[in-house]
Design a protein around this ligand. Structure first.
Ligand SMILES: *Cc1c(COP(=O)(O)O)cnc(C)c1O
Length: 358
């Protein structure tokens, strides 16, 4: 299926004013173009790549009042030979549709989604930062567009894609606090969806943790405050003894694509990986026995984020991240896959060749 995508290129590229040697912080710089599509009368249409511009909407727009909003986060990198490459784009397309389904929003055709990303990245290719470890961050999102004060699924939607040049992630080890008062998600809720509302609800507890000197929250299950779920915007891994353990996805965790990639990479390296319930007591116990070796987060933005401090109730686990082996191993493998230095035996890398533009 080849959908027709209208292309309107900018006549005022902002690229010449963009300093790749002095990039602004993550999330604040955008490329010249955006993609927009409208869902009207039960189908998607008006596919257009156009200069980045403001949206116009009625003040009664349903998204603003009742929060039908979901998003994705992914990256395109440059191979050694300068070919832009997507990472598991169809898995992101499927997850977008899974989130959409949970929020009673329409699916977007997966083939068109991936084709749109490829066309956009070729158009804004010069914006991909040349420095090692940097990338083009891709932010697709879907919002309701009906103007109505009434709690019901919208009939109209927009899917928009933004591109952001991002520098190498500065990897300072993280200090975490197990959150024992607030929760992120519960089975049956919307924790598996990349829904905007999940983030809104996390801001207050996050700011409280920050006030007490922590970088992030480690979320616990909502019923017993006992089992570990994930970090703010990342899934979590522990190396205990000679095994890698990560919480099983039970309906409340976001099913990270980086998480899934790590599990497959680790198994491929011969490591034993367990996806199961893991309690804070087990963790404290492992630490006391001296067998808790590593704690790290996984996510598209940081790839791996090492944790050097974890506060659980009145106890503090401190780890020496310079001794980590598994975290750096998977990070290195991911970076090598993304630069094309490691052969992709998993079928995750999707290179974008010029002939995509027809
Ligand atoms: C996006 C996200 C992740 C990580 O998912 P990736 O696909 O690995 O980027 C983890 N937890 C939450 C809450 C997220 O929103």
């Amino acid at each position: 299926m080849k959908e027709s995508i209208k292309i309107i290129k900018t006549t005022h590229s902002a690229l010449k004013d963009f300093d790749f040697n002095n990039m602004p912080g993550f999330g604040s710089a955008f490329t010249d173009h955006m993609f927009e599509a409208d869902y009207v009368d039960g189908k998607w249409g008006n596919f257009v790549i156009k200069p980045l511009q403001n949206l116009s909407m009625h003040p009664a727009n349903l998204t603003l009042h009742y929060g039908q909003a979901i998003f994705e986060g992914m990256k395109a990198s440059l191979s050694k030979d300068g070919v832009p490459m997507l990472f598991r784009p169809f898995d992101h397309a499927r997850r977008l549709n899974k989130s959409a389904n949970r929020l009673s929003m329409p699916s977007f055709p997966e083939e068109v989604f991936v084709d749109v990303l490829k066309q956009m990245i070729l158009i804004d290719k010069a914006w991909i930062p040349p420095t090692e470890g940097s990338a083009m961050y891709i932010r697709p999102f879907m919002i309701a567009m009906d103007a109505l004060i009434g709690v019901k699924p919208s009939l109209k939607y927009k899917l928009i894609v933004l591109l952001l040049p991002v520098g190498p992630y500065y990897d300072k080890p993280l200090s975490l606090r197990a959150e024992t008062k607030y929760v992120r998600a519960v089975k049956g809720g919307i924790g598996e969806a990349k829904a905007a509302g999940n983030y809104a609800a996390s801001l207050f507890p996050f700011m409280e943790a920050k006030k007490d000197g922590y970088d992030q929250i480690m979320w616990l299950d909502a019923l017993e405050f006992k089992y570990i779920q994930e970090i703010g915007t990342m899934n979590i891994f522990f190396v205990i003894g000679d095994k890698v353990v990560t919480p099983a996805t039970d309906g409340a965790l976001l099913q990270g694509i980086t998480r899934d990639s790590f599990i497959k990479l680790m198994k491929n390296e011969g490591l034993t990986v367990e996806e199961r319930l893991i309690s804070i007591d087990e963790l404290l116990d492992a630490h006391k026995k001296g067998i808790l070796k590593e704690i790290f987060g996984s996510g598209t933005a940081a790839v791996v984020a090492n944790v050097n401090k974890l506060a659980i109730h009145d106890e503090l686990i401190e780890l020496d991240v310079t001794k980590y082996i598994v975290g750096p191993m998977v990070k290195n493998a991911m970076n090598k896959l993304r630069s094309g230095e490691m052969t992709d035996t998993f079928g995750w890398i999707d290179p974008i060749h010029e002939e995509v533009i027809v």
